[in-house]
Design a protein around this ligand. Sequence first.
Ligand SMILES: [Zn+2]
Length: 214
Amino acid sequence: MRCLMCGKEIGSSGNFSELLLEEDVLCHACRRRWIHRSGHTDLNGIRVDYDWDYDSDFSKCLIQYKECGDEALKEVFLYPLRKKLKRRYRGYTLVLMPSSHEKLEARGFVHLEGIFEGLGLPMLDPFEKCILEDQKQLNLKGRQAMAHGIRLKRDQALPKRIVLVDDVMTTGSTLRGALSVLDQSRYRIRIYTCAIVTKEKPVPEQGRKTGLFQ
Ligand SMILES: [Zn+2]
């Protein structure tokens, strides 16, 4: 199998660790430029889990996938983590964060669907971004619900156990917006974002462990 990023045959480098690491769609050389930083934080009292540091080759791949339309890269973000995530979120439905209509049209695909479909969990895309002009038509309650520029699509029902998922969390404003339009007493909510933006310095090469994805 060839690396989705550089095209080299995976395992051809003679690198022993490449053979030891769990199967991947990137070669060892490409994957080691991603900083694996599994952890969790909190957003409005809800646990947010994440796995990558955005400021590594994660961001390079994400831009190539999202903005350059390189759909073949959809698997690279979660491939080594899919078993762990599938186990963790069994019984939950993945709920995708919305992109703007302009971005969706420009891309021609729902990028989060591509990233998360490999987990084999049920998925919903129930939110949409809305523009300010729309809000003039609404009453006060509607305007409050749309304060973050996000709303539920019409007649959209959600299951009880949901994971709000996104590619990267920077300020968390989209996720906060989604939380603001959900009645949190009705759902069991978790949040997962592939990457997080941290201000810390990258972990030195020697400090990184193998067997990261167990
Ligand atoms: Zn490669």
